[in-house]
Design a protein around this ligand. Structure first.
Ligand SMILES: Nc1nc2c(ncn2[C@@H]2O[C@H](COP(=O)(O)OP(=O)(O)OP(=O)(O)O)[C@@H](O)[C@H]2O)c(=O)[nH]1
Ligand SMILES: [Mg+2]
Length: 359
């Protein structure tokens, strides 16, 4: 498929007069890539081929590998507490509490986990420290289970997914990986370059589009809402299955930017009142417990329906997922453990916990 095209039918799919004035005239809708002189794509934006995982390594292996740092912090330290010969006593609970707190699990989730653990210990009549490991794995799996709710795109066409998040969280990379994932499931995909602040951001999305052989709707000028409007209209006209709408990074404290992204959502709703069908908040796992604040703020502003936790491979702070589960249990649709196309998969609580405690 030809990439990065903008088609003439845009003119026909222009919004009627009562539609938002944000949709730019077709004449301004420019085919990309942009002219020479545009900034080069930053190296970080296009993962080198070397970053692709070896095809033979299974997801379970990559997940285990990806969680190595968090495991070293959390799993291994906990394992160290549960040595043979040690009894379950108050001192053990206190040490466990410290480990959980230092692994970004957060005060509330730590308290909830320990409560649950104490109940299990009582109920099952456990006395030996090594028995606590399995009970803790169970408690953690129970805490994370409500986050396990895979995204289903069935029943809506186009299924419109809008991505949001702070700068550098991994939104655009996640779009590249999701495109690959949906295509591997036989779905057609179209991308909307809603990050209109930086030319490099547009270019980055175009590269992902090219890699996956999908159309990217982009404008050199114009606001995010207009571009995404065009992308949704194009997807409808072409009967595309999934639209992935990229947006610029923003902090929830940047109120004008939060208003801008709310507008993107409103404009999508002009085409389909039930859309966007998914508002995905992309989170950088390195952020640790502050993720909870990000989740709350974006959710309050936008109504977040799913989370993507990226960069678990680069951080020891993956325990923060427990803090999110306790504070605002929005489904974690996907987790990212690397820069390769295959390094994004649905979140499965038990697999995650198993990988955390793997030998
Ligand atoms: N190691 C690793 N790196 C990742 C992962 N996801 C994204 N990255 C890297 O994180 C950096 C930022 O990713 P982007 O996708 O550009 O982030 P963004 O949220 O679109 O950033 P802005 O558009 O600037 O707000 C890039 O270097 C990516 O390769 C991941 O799961 N693991
Ligand atoms: Mg981006």
């Amino acid at each position: 498929m030809v990439t990065a095209r903008v088609f003439g039918f845009f003119k026909k799919s222009r919004p009627p007069a009562d539609e938002p004035a944000t949709a730019v005239p077709a004449a301004e809708t420019a085919a990309v890539p942009a002219a020479a002189g545009e900034p080069a794509i930053p190296p970080a934006a296009t993962p080198p081929a070397a970053a692709e995982p070896a095809p033979k390594s299974s997801w379970a292996q990559r997940l285990k590998q990806g969680l190595a740092k968090t495991r070293a912090k959390l799993g291994s330290q906990i394992g160290g507490l549960f040595g043979l010969g040690r009894k379950i006593d108050e001192a053990l609970y206190e040490e466990l509490e410290t480990v959980l707190l230092t692994a970004d699990v957060g005060v509330d989730a730590t308290a909830a986990l320990l409560d649950n653990l104490r109940r299990k210990v009582k109920k099952q009549g456990l006395t030996e420290a090594p028995q606590l490991q399995d009970a803790l794995k169970e408690a953690l799996t129970e805490l994370l289970a409500p986050l396990e709710a895979p995204l289903s795109i069935d029943g809506r066409r186009p299924f419109i997914i809008m991505l949001a998040g702070v700068n550098g969280a991994g939104k655009t990379t996640t779009i590249g990986k999701l495109t690959h994932l949906f295509q591997s499931q036989g779905h057609s995909v179209l991308l909307g370059a809603g990050d209109t602040f930086r030319a490099a951001a547009r270019e980055q999305l175009l590269v992902w589009g090219e890699r996956n052989g999908v159309t990217v709707i982009s404008q050199e000028k114009g606001d995010a809402a207009a571009v995404i409007y065009d992308a949704v209209a194009a997807a409808r006209a072409r009967n595309v299955d999934v639209v992935l709408a990229d947006t610029a990074g923003r902090l929830p404290t940047q109120l004008h930017l939060m208003e801008e992204i709310k507008k993107v959502k409103r404009v999508i709703q002009k085409i389909d009142p039930e859309a966007p069908h998914e508002v995905l908040l992309v989170l950088d796992a390195n952020t640790g417990q502050n993720l909870v604040n990000q989740v709350k703020a974006f959710d309050d502003a936008l109504g977040v329906t799913g989370l993507v936790l990226t960069k678990l491979d680069g951080t020891a702070r993956g325990g923060a997922i427990a803090a999110i589960a306790q504070a605002r249990p929005i489904p974690v649709r996907y987790i990212g453990v690397g820069e390769g196309l295959e390094d994004l998969r649905p979140f499965v609580a038990r697999d995650f916990v198993d990988a955390l405690f793997a030998a």
